[in-house]
Design a protein around this ligand. Structure first.
Ligand code: FES
Length: 144
């Protein structure tokens, strides 16, 4: 009788440990996914009506997410110049990413695709990404 209680106690303990590990894994996975889809204000800045960033922060072919007028924006620099677009997908609001190899912007949620000017080129997005005025002035990029 005593032995059965001991085994039950051990099984219960192992069940709790497994439950804890599974819960921790699920929480961590959810946290990392949400941080990827919706970066924090801290990671992309506060933004304003006019934002300047060093040209060296966005090498040619690369992109950077910033906050412009309080909303996530993506700055992309190519051989054609610099482009500033809303980073909020027009489908359900996930944040889009630049794919240098394919030269397109893609939403990680449902695979909407946009060209460098924000026009929809595939997927479920109902309208283009909002674009903002962007220019290179010396060694800075000015948005707005
Ligand atoms: S939220 Fe971007 S494709 Fe659905």
């Amino acid at each position: 009788m005593e032995k059965n209680e001991s085994i039950f106690g051990r099984r219960t303990f192992i069940d709790y440990i497994i439950g804890f590990v599974v819960s921790a894994w699920a929480f961590l996975t959810a946290y990392v996914t949400l941080a990827y889809l919706w970066p924090s204000k801290k990671s992309i800045g506060a933004g304003g009506k006019s934002v300047t960033i060093p040209l060296s922060d966005v090498p040619e072919g690369k992109a950077r997410k910033i906050r412009y007028e309080g909303k996530p924006a993506i700055i992309i620099r190519t051989s054609e110049g610099v482009f500033a677009l809303s980073a909020v997908c027009t489908h359900l609001g996930c944040l889009v990413n630049w794919h240098e190899g394919d030269q397109l912007i893609e939403c990680p949620c449902h695979a909407a695709k946009f060209d460098i000017r924000g026009n929809v080129i595939g997927g479920p997005a109902p309208k283009p990404l909002q674009s903002y005025r962007a220019e290179i002035k010396g060694d800075i990029i000015k948005i707005g």
